[in-house]
Design a protein around this ligand. Structure first.
Ligand code: KG4
Ligand code: ZN
Length: 345
């Protein structure tokens, strides 16, 4: 029997690249369970502390995997493959997931499948949640993958064939949200909070620069500096400026980041002639971005795909899905596989 003759493929997916320990169980493209343990330990430091993240993964991984199997009502012996994030990410965090996956694979004689975290974000667009058999993007499509560490425009020709045609040269969009949120004295991770406060603010209250590099690349570090200088000036005149203008500041920053993201995405769509557009990664949960993409779709005649909120940020389900396609291609890993902080594709 070849791997593709099997009717149902059950995968256990493990994600531990940053500060979420997650495990999921899938049957084909359907998520049966998707357990995520958020690490709150980083909040008081205003960002992820790698050493603390590794330790938290170490204590979370067994209970999280156990819960994922129980919620899916799947016995570990019925799993067809163990999938894990090989990178990119924090090396100590990745090591926990990779080592755990290897141990389970060896103990139960199950094949291992390594997954690229950024490709998994893209493929989250193919996941179906129970009771929500959704539409999936048609190939080829462009995916704007926006996370805490990466901002990429990816041309996706097949589940295994992806090419990065644009990326950020400095900060990622999520990083910009988080760093600017810190300047606004909001706790980490600030992205979702900026999103929340932006809902009651005026996006045009303050004018921040939209970086427009040649080609399809992004830059977000200038925005952070410009917000910083602007605030310095305002705070000198009014020490309560941030608290008095919080919602307008958040709305203006979000407006600028979203405008910057859309600018290059539109250019990429024009240059490639591809009108199937998807978004992925933590920042794709942003309500301003989701709304802007929906509006652009009408203007530009795009067929868009927006993943459900629960599948935008890091989760084991997306690892299962990327592994599912690799399983079909019999693309398994060997036991000498090692995590890679800068794993590319
Ligand atoms: O993909 P992800 O969960 O982890 C990485 O692979 O980095 O993305 C996390 C990033 C963080 O920067 C977080 O602030 C941002 O996604 N994020 C948001 C929102 N939800 C998460 N940024 C803006 N608006 C949101 N609603
Ligand atoms: Zn991610």
């Amino acid at each position: 029997m070849t791997v593709t003759d099997k009717k149902d493929i059950i995968i256990l997916g493990i994600e531990s690249s940053c500060d979420e320990t997650s495990a999921a169980v899938s049957r084909n493209t359907q998520i049966l369970s998707n357990v995520i343990a958020n690490q709150t330990v980083h909040q008081k430091y205003g960002g992820v502390v790698p050493e603390l993240a590794s330790r938290a993964h170490q204590s979370n991984i067994v209970p999280v995997v156990d819960q994922a199997l129980r919620e899916a009502a799947i016995n570990i012996s019925d799993v067809d493959a163990i999938a894990f994030t090989r990178g990119p990410g924090l090396i100590g965090s990745l090591m926990v997931g990779v080592s755990f996956a290897k141990s389970v694979g060896v103990a139960l004689n199950k094949p291992l499948i390594e997954v690229n975290h950024m490709q998994a974000h893209v493929l989250a667009n193919f996941l179906s949640l129970e009771g929500q058999e959704g539409k999936t993007p048609s190939f080829p499509f462009l995916c704007l993958t926006v996370s805490g560490g990466h901002t990429q425009i990816v041309r996706v020709t097949s589940p295994q064939q992806m090419e990065i045609i644009g990326h950020t040269l400095d900060d990622a969009a999520g990083e910009a949200f988080d760093k600017i949120a810190k300047v606004f004295e909001l706790p980490y991770p600030g992205g979702p909070l900026i999103d929340r406060y932006a809902q009651s603010g005026n996006p045009k209250a303050f004018n921040f620069p939209v970086a427009n590099l040649p080609g399809l690349n992004y830059s977000f570090s200038g925005l952070k500096t410009s917000v910083l200088y602007f605030l310095k000036k305002q705070l000198a005149q009014n020490p309560a400026f941030i608290t008095e203008n919080r919602d307008d500041l958040c709305a203006s920053v979000q407006y600028t980041i979203v405008k910057t993201l859309i600018l290059k995405l539109k250019k990429a769509a024009l240059e490639t002639g591809i009108s199937n557009i998807a978004i992925a990664g933590g920042v794709s949960a942003n309500s301003g971005l989701r709304k802007a993409i929906t509006e652009e779709a009408v203007k530009n005649n795009w067929q868009i795909h927006i993943p459900p909120l629960s599948l935008c940020t890091d989760n084991g389900g997306m690892i299962c899905l990327a592994a599912y396609f690799k399983y079909l291609a019999a693309d398994f890993s060997t036991l000498d596989v090692a995590p890679s902080a800068r794993f590319g594709f």
